[in-house]
Design a protein around this ligand. Structure first.
Ligand SMILES: Cc1ncc(COP(=O)(O)O)c(C=O)c1O
Length: 507
């Protein structure tokens, strides 16, 4: 972990094979990085009146000089790039972070929607308060209570997904150049948000117990010596995306203590807390802190539906008030229709039961994935063993570059998220995130087998170039031996879980 004033510029070698596979001109590791605000003015070709304007938008020069400075550092999310690539039905995508919405009974949706239409159609079709409709806020408080976090519904700001909470927190707190601390790796979807607000990210390594608090303290000391204070610490303490690890209770206490003593805000992003397959639930940072320095981001995306775009924030009142103003400027209010659907759904169905059903399905898929990894990953590969959530983080032998590997994998119709998308400093080159919730058990087996094959191919190629013996697949895997892969020059930050690679069912 380095504490550097990292300019949020794209890492070296921005044009990569996967982007080339996408055929997207200008696509970099994080997708399109649009430059131009400071570029010298060049003559702009006039519209010819014949070519449809939409096609002419391919000519960036026409617009580049109009773009704000901010667009020079804006990045596309690695995941968003991939969504376009994985749309082909033959692709087994281990790249998503999707709840399996096929599990939701269509007849339930039809019934709840028709009751809502009969009872509240005018309101469902109307604008609503920026803070959210009164009916939905107790539902969201109920979701939090299921994890032992008690809040007053009036403290809840309804948002358009958890993603909007990240955006609103940045809008409220971050000026260009401000330091934001995150885990390394962090949620790839937050990277474009931090970039858009021109934050300087300091990424703190994790191990099996989540963010390393000793390294956080070192980072804070170094920043203090430089006269800098982070605006906030962004963490996904439970079933981290992309790492799959969970912050221990001890570290939760330590983090909250640091936040309180140093008066630093913490953004606790908790989309996955209720998707626990084993182990004891842990208290949220918000509940440990009592709402003084922790801002909480929740969402229904992973336990009900990402399509309804319902999330929420709980924040100290002065921060929340600014977030409300920020939200009004973005979208006035979150969809009334979605909010009322949630209120009706909570009234008419057992939402906890649906969460339980999903957790059962995902647990089985996780187990299939862990078993498939044991079977197909070559020696020197390690992976995390999540107790919940949707993701496994894989660390490959250091000579493998997963961004390049993705291009090969796509030729074999399988996709994953290359690790670099979860860092802003070029780290993560030999790691990847794989998802087990949005694919069937058969697809997981087949997908992991294909990923294993392309890794084996790459290792063979590397060995033939370097003249070194190729690590043999199928014997000892890093995950099963507990031996971490040697980190590459810009090595990964996660070490395998204590339980990594053990047979399923064992803790
Ligand atoms: C850690 C984390 N935060 C936020 C989000 C955004 O979710 P949504 O906006 O759908 O609530 C996601 C989605 O994958 C996520 O994994």
């Amino acid at each position: 972990m380095t504490v550097e004033d990292q300019e949020p510029t794209p890492p070296q070698g921005t044009r990569n094979a996967a982007a080339a596979a996408a055929g997207g001109a200008g696509s970099g590791e994080h997708g399109v990085t649009i430059g131009g605000a400071g570029a010298p003015a060049r003559p702009v070709p006039a519209f010819d009146g014949h070519t449809p304007a939409v096609r002419q938008t391919g000519d960036l020069e026409r617009y580049a000089r109009l773009f704000s400075q901010r667009t020079r550092v804006m990045k596309q999310s690695a995941m968003r790039d991939l969504m376009a690539l994985t749309e082909r039905p033959e692709v087994i995508s281990l790249a998503g972070g999707l709840a399996d919405t096929k599990l939701f009974p269509a007849e339930d949706l039809a019934k709840v929607l028709s009751h809502m239409a009969a009872g509240d159609s005018a309101r469902a079709l109307q604008y609503g308060p920026t803070e959210g409709l009164n009916e939905i806020r107790p539902c969201l408080a109920e979701v939090m209570a299921a994890e032992g976090t008690i809040v007053d519904p009036d403290e809840i700001l309804v948002t358009s997904g958890g993603q909007q909470v990240i955006d609103l927190v940045c809008k409220t707190l971050v000026d260009p150049g401000d330091v934001v601390i995150t885990e390394g790796p962090t949620y790839p979807g937050a990277v474009p948000t931090f970039s858009a607000y021109e934050a300087n990210l300091v990424q703190i390594e994790m191990d099996e117990d989540g963010m390393r608090i000793d390294l956080l303290e070192e980072a804070l000391d170094r920043l203090a010596e430089e006269g800098r204070r982070p605006k906030f610490i962004y963490t996904i303490p439970t079933f981290q995306n992309p790492g799959g690890v969970t912050m221990s209770l001890e570290r939760r206490h330590q983090l909250v203590k640091i936040a309180q003593e140093q008066q630093i805000l913490v953004l606790e992003d908790n989309p996955y807390g209720l998707l626990r397959y084993e182990g004891d639930p842990l208290p949220t940072l918000l509940s440990l802190d009592g709402g003084r320095f922790v801002i909480y981001a929740g969402t229904l995306s992973k336990i009900l539906s990402p399509g309804i775009r319902v999330g929420w924030a709980v924040a100290p009142a002065p921060v929340r008030q600014k977030m409300v103003i920020g939200k009004a400027g973005s979208d006035l209010n979150s969809s009334s229709l979605s909010q009322l659907f949630v209120a009706y759904y909570f009234r008419e169905r057992d939402w906890r039961d649906y969460v339980r059903q999903q957790a059962e399905v995902y647990e089985a898929r996780r187990d299939v994935m862990l078993e498939a990894l044991t079977r197909h990953m070559p020696e020197g590969t390690t992976w995390t063993r999540p107790q919940g959530g949707l993701f496994v983080w894989l660390t490959l032998p250091s000579q493998i570059d997963t961004t390049d590997l993705l291009a090969r994998a796509l030729q074999h119709d399988v996709a994953f998220v290359p690790g670099r998308g979860a860092f802003l400093d070029g780290r993560g080159g030999n790691s990847m995130r794989i998802n087990f919730s949005g694919v069937t058990e058969d697809e997981i087996r087949e997908g992991i087998s294909r990923v294993g094959s392309v890794i084996a191919e790459q290792l063979e190629l590397y060995a033939s170039i370097a003249g070194t013996p190729r690590p043999r697949g199928g014997s000892t895997r890093g995950g099963s031996t507990g031996t971490p892969a040697a980190p590459g020059p810009t090595g990964p930050s996660i070490v395998p879980l204590r339980t990594a690679g053990r047979r399923r069912g064992t803790a």
